[in-house]
Design a protein around this ligand. Sequence first.
Ligand SMILES: [Zn+2]
Length: 113
Amino acid sequence: MEMATNRLIMKQLYPSFAPPEKWRNKTQSKKLKSDEWRLLREKILKKDNYTCAYCQYRLEKYQIVDHINGDPEDNNLENLQTICQMCNIVKHAGQGCVIQDIVDLYREVCKIS
Ligand SMILES: [Zn+2]
């Protein structure tokens, strides 16, 4: 019964495809090192109690603050969530291959999210 209750607060995790032009570039990489991002990131981690939005794994180190819609420029609070390393890998699996034009796996799946 407790498991069923927990399932209600867990989000569904799908591999997603963000357009390559939205992926990390030099400007965004610089922003990620800024104090503004550091403070925002900490705020999100605390709000989510360092708990992964998908699998509910809680850890105070190594968690990732994820842009839900895949747009790294969109730092609205509703677009940011805490996720663990493993769920982050699932979410972004294949992107490196897509940018090198090796595979084209996730465009259809992306329409769901
Ligand atoms: Zn997770």
